[in-house]
Design a protein around this ligand. Structure first.
Ligand SMILES: NC(=O)c1ccc[n+]([C@@H]2O[C@H](COP(=O)([O-])OP(=O)(O)OC[C@H]3O[C@@H](n4cnc5c(N)ncnc54)[C@H](O)[C@@H]3O)[C@@H](O)[C@H]2O)c1
Length: 62
């Protein structure tokens, strides 16, 4: 748990590369904040499966 109690903020984490990174950070013990315009339901369940916390932040960065 190299990142235990660290907070990682990920933009665009609902899909693609950032969703993959979210799973990696969750497995490493980090707490996540994910900002995305799309639903974060899928990545949220993947993060929960790894025992990590997730704060979903609905965001449009345009
Ligand atoms: N996939 C690759 O192999 C690859 C390689 C090099 C660079 N990139 C670059 O990395 C970036 C991400 O690629 P990807 O394949 O993961 O894309 P993706 O489309 O799978 O994921 C992008 C994420 O950003 C979110 N998003 C888009 N517009 C948004 C907005 N206005 N506000 C908030 N969230 C928004 C989407 O909802 C999605 O979750 C892109 O800029 C892409 O060009 C990708």
């Amino acid at each position: 748990m190299a990142l235990k109690d660290k907070v990682v903020v990920i933009t665009g984490g609902a899909k693609g590369i950032s969703r993959y990174n979210a799973r990696l950070f969750a497995s490493a013990g980090a707490k996540l904040a994910i900002a995305d315009i799309e639903s974060t339901a899928t990545v949220a369940s993947e993060v929960a499966e790894r025992g990590a916390e997730l704060l979903a932040v609905p965001t449009d960065w345009t």
